[in-house]
Design a protein around this ligand. Structure first.
Ligand SMILES: C[S@@+](CC[C@H](N)C(=O)[O-])C[C@H]1O[C@@H](n2cnc3c(N)ncnc32)[C@H](O)[C@@H]1O
Length: 264
């Protein structure tokens, strides 16, 4: 899938892929291209650029032996964010018992934690994405018992979980840059990430690992950590931070900015 904002970038990426495929002696079965508009309502379905048009638009891929469904027909994303690969591996190694996966999308983090025996709670505004998440669990033979899916606004749900006395030992906070929450309320990561961190700290069990992640180009891992430290101070929690190295297949400055806040 080649995502692009204009024809110049598209041509550059196609040429780069062709050069690399020749060097690697690997031929992609299909290549899709996807225009990324500034406004969500201008999103269009990806276009098949090369390959067999009669193949199904959905497929299953594996990452670290874990299966995920992809759908090349969707305008937003095909189902798996590759820049979260190292964070999925880290969560797998942490083996949490109770995971809260907010902004869960197709629930890849819930699948990873479910495979090591965790109970999971996946939260997303999109019911369709959560349904794809349920399919991803099923694809990996994970029974639905112990896995909850809540179709709601994460910022509104977190305080309710706190009031119910729920606690988690891993929490994923990977919100979009902008969105409209319940009742059309605007979510803007630069403005609201700290509210989310504060709410998460309220439901973090001792030794909780909190993944902080954003694609907003104005927030780098250092500023994420600064914000997190300020929130931990307000909530009187002692924290340590682990930054993940960038993936080799992402040019510097591309992919999500992430850091793990380890709560004592
Ligand atoms: C960047 S994706 C998350 C990717 C996911 N963490 C992963 O690695 O697969 C953002 C998701 O947030 C959801 N979303 C946007 N605003 C939301 C909100 N206020 N509350 C809950 N989910 C929201 C969108 O539906 C979308 O699925």
């Amino acid at each position: 899938m080649i995502s692009h904002k204009n024809d110049g970038v598209l041509n550059e990426l196609v040429a780069g892929l062709e050069a690399w495929s020749t060097l690697a002696q690997w031929t992609p079965v299909r290549i899709f291209t996807r225009f990324l508009p500034l406004k969500n309502h201008e999103r269009v379905s990806p276009i098949l650029r090369s390959g067999d048009a009669t193949l199904p638009i959905t497929t299953v891929v594996t990452e670290a032996g874990i299966r995920y469904g992809l759908d090349f027909g969707t305008g937003y994303s095909h189902g798996l964010f590759l820049d979260q690969r190292a964070n999925r591996a880290k969560l797998h190694a942490l083996r949490p018992k109770r995971l809260l996966n907010t902004f869960a999308y197709t629930c890849s983090f819930s699948v990873v934690a479910g495979l090591t025996g965790a109970e999971t709670l996946s939260v997303d505004l999109s019911r369709k994405s959560l349904d794809r998440g349920k399919q991803n669990l099923a694809l990996n033979g994970i029974a639905t018992a112990g896995h909850r899916f809540i179709n709601d606004d994460a910022l509104e749900l977190l305080p309710r979980l706190g009031h119910r006395g729920e606690h988690f030992d891993a929490i994923v906070l990977d919100p979009p840059t902008f969105s409209r929450g319940n009742n059309g309320r605007l979510w803007q990561v630069e403005q609201h990430f700290e509210d989310l961190m504060l709410a998460a700290l309220e439901i973090a069990a001792p030794k909780c690992a909190i993944l902080l992640s954003t694609n907003c180009s104005k927030i780098d891992p250092a500023s994420l950590e600064r914000q997190a430290r300020a929130c931990a101070k307000i909530k009187r929690r002692t924290t340590e931070y682990t930054r993940m190295a960038g993936a080799v297949d992402f040019p510097q400055g591309h992919g999500a900015s992430t850091t793990w806040m380890m709560v004592r």
